[in-house]
Design a protein around this ligand. Structure first.
Ligand SMILES: [Zn+2]
Length: 272
């Protein structure tokens, strides 16, 4: 029964996340106006607003104008509810589980916004990080891990940016050799910044929740997940920059859920 209530709470909270996903990137107020159809602007009735169930009753269409309601709404609600149940099952029924579940939900929201708009609102990102520091009783340890991961990720970003810029400038030099008139377009060497700044904050959040060792596994996993997606983009020649936050978030939740497995794996890698 308890977990059923937690599931319902997750659904309701997921419904609020949908509001954040739709309104924050547009700079709209998250509380006002009340829920409305984005197409016909008519205000929704209370029974149009029940997580998942309303979407099924309305067959995924607006009650008034029959325009399609994205599958994103019930999906985000369900995923949030599942995240809540997993965290409370793993970590017990206490305040820390609530904090972790809220942090994961914010990362889910950030992932969706990054995926849809290629934007990472600092408001949500910093809130997730602040919460994650309090994700266990050992606040100082969490803070230390967050700082280490943020620092490590910033340094990694310098290395990757340096490498990518070097490669780009080498390619430009080659072009200029062929067509010297291009030189006027590149008075100084090009500096490319690899990875987003928002990723550094997410890295700190991961550090606070997982600790150093599991965080490194989580980053490694996120890179593995990103490979097929980036290969797909490269071969389909689509002009779309891959958002990285979804991969970081999915890896965090997987490593958190299978903490024991990954701890054993680490033990095995180190000690054989
Ligand atoms: Zn409508």
């Amino acid at each position: 029964m308890t977990y059923f209530i937690i599931f319902i709470f997750g659904l309701v909270f997921g419904s609020f996340l949908n509001v954040l996903i739709v309104r924050i990137p547009k700079g709209e107020n998250i509380a006002y106006p009340p829920s409305h159809c984005p197409v016909c602007k008519k205000q929704l009735k209370w029974w149009h607003n029940i997580p998942v169930i309303s979407w099924i009753i309305l067959k995924g269409e607006c009650y008034f104008c029959k325009s399609k309601i994205s599958l994103q709404y019930p999906l985000i609600e369900l995923i949030t509810a599942i995240i809540f149940v997993i965290v409370f099952l793993k970590n017990g029924i206490n305040i820390y589980s609530l904090i972790i579940a809220l942090t994961f939900s914010l990362l889910l929201t950030l992932s969706m916004i990054d995926f849809l708009y290629k934007a990472v609102p600092d408001s949500l990102n910093l809130l997730a990080l602040s919460l994650s520091i309090f994700s266990s009783a050992n606040i100082l340890e969490n803070l230390k891990n967050a700082l280490l991961m943020a620092g490590g990720f910033s340094l990694l970003r310098f290395y990757v940016s340096y490498y990518v810029s070097l490669k780009e400038n080498f390619a430009i030099k080659k072009e200029i050799k062929k067509a010297p008139w291009l030189k006027s377009f590149y008075p100084t060497p090009v500096m490319i910044e690899a990875m987003g700044e928002g990723d550094i904050i997410v890295a700190a959040t991961i550090g606070a929740i997982l600790g150093i060792k599991l965080s490194i596994i989580s980053f490694f996993l996120s890179a593995i997940f990103a490979i097929p997606a980036s290969l797909y983009l490269r071969f389909s020649k689509k002009e779309y920059e891959l958002p990285y936050i979804p991969f970081l978030a999915i890896s965090l939740i997987i490593v958190y859920t299978y903490k024991d497995f990954f701890n054993n794996l680490l033990e095995w890698i180190i000690n054989g």
